[in-house]
Write a protein of this length. Structure first.
Length: 154
């Protein structure tokens, strides 16, 4: 394990396994020492029914360090949602899109592999996305269409 990885584990342990940096990126260390981070897509924090953000989970802290290009503990403070967007385009993190209103809930996770984007539903079904997804509205529109086609909501 890298030295900085050990420092991150100790740091998160001292923060009861949870740290939210000044840019709103939340890092969690689970009891099995797996690491999870999440952040809202910039500018979508006030959307009423939709939640759009970035997620990543790994069982190795060294993987987190490598993906985020971190060499010091202080660099956890500098990770931004905009940087996570660039990592999505590189295929390193996922985008999750959730619709939630009253009794309705629908979620898709989006992953980029090569030039293709795939959507994965809560039941594990994967779908090749044939339309460009660049802006939050594109993800919302795809989620809405997918939910209607599968008669899950709307």
């Amino acid at each position: 394990m890298k030295f900085v990885s050990k420092k991150i584990l100790v740091f998160l342990d001292r923060h009861c396994g949870l740290y939210k940096n000044p840019h709103g990126v939340e890092f969690s260390c689970l009891p099995d020492n797996s690491i999870f981070f999440a952040a809202a897509w910039p500018g979508t924090e006030d959307d009423e029914c939709y939640d759009l953000g970035f997620t990543f989970e790994t069982d190795k802290v060294d993987t987190l360090v490598s993906i985020l290009h971190i060499s010091t503990l202080q660099q956890l403070k500098t990770v931004t949602p905009s940087f996570l967007l660039s990592l999505f385009h590189q295929g390193k993190v996922a985008v999750n899109c959730i619709f939630e209103k009253e009794q309705e809930y629908y979620k898709l996770d989006f992953f980029k592999i090569g030039r293709n984007v795939y959507a994965v539903s809560a039941d594990g079904e994967g779908y090749l996305v044939s339309e460009p997804l660049e802006k939050p509205e594109d993800f919302y529109s795809y989620l809405t269409k997918h939910g209607r086609l599968n008669q899950n909501f709307f």
